[in-house]
Design a protein around this ligand. Structure first.
Ligand SMILES: [Mn+2]
Length: 181
């Protein structure tokens, strides 16, 4: 059906329908937001590389930045291929208090994971960590902690992918490569 732009009631009807669709999508997102992979605020390329590597280990998980990214990463993400950008969901589409499994990469400091800090230690929430930083007083302590003091977390995650016989796709491999700092 063609809508005449001069017909305000038709315009409102379309707007309403779009909002209903938006709400339905949001509900769908919320219902599947059980496993989340996140990283540190002010995310850099090492964080992104780690997120993408972890997503290969936990394909059912939703990948979420807990806050802003560093400028060069933000610029990259604006022109990244769908293979990369499509796996990342917005924080506002995740109900943090519905998360039952949280995978944290490239940090284990409580103060660096934004809103996700609120569910650490909560009953029924499993936390898994992959980090390469030296220990600090602000560290989250969990059983499922995989930490090695490598130069980059990306190098550590590549090793884990290899151990699990997971090959990253081409673009993912490029990001894993540029994740080295
Ligand atoms: Mn790092």
């Amino acid at each position: 059906m063609l809508l005449r732009s001069s017909d305000p009631s038709a315009f409102i009807a379309v707007k309403r329908r779009n909002r209903a669709l938006d709400n339905a999508l949001t509900r769908l997102n919320h219902s599947s937001a059980q496993t989340v992979i996140t990283t540190h605020i002010n995310a850099d390329f090492d964080a992104l590389a780690s997120l993408l590597a972890a997503q290969k280990l936990y394909p059912e998980a939703r990948v979420v930045f807990p806050g802003a990214q560093e400028k060069n990463l933000r610029d990259y993400l604006m022109r990244a291929s769908p293979e990369v950008s499509a796996v990342i969901v917005k924080l506002k589409s995740v109900m943090v208090n519905k998360v039952t499994r949280l995978i944290i990469v490239d940090t284990r400091q409580l103060s660096r994971i934004g809103d996700f800090a609120s569910i650490i230690g909560k009953d029924g929430v499993e936390v898994i960590i992959y980090d390469h930083h030296p220990p600090s007083g602000d560290d989250i302590v969990v059983e499922n902690e995989q930490c090695k003091e490598y130069g980059s977390n990306r190098a550590f995650m590549v090793e884990i992918l290899e151990e699990n016989c997971v090959t990253p796709p081409p673009e993912g491999a490029t990001i894993l490569a540029i994740g080295i700092f």
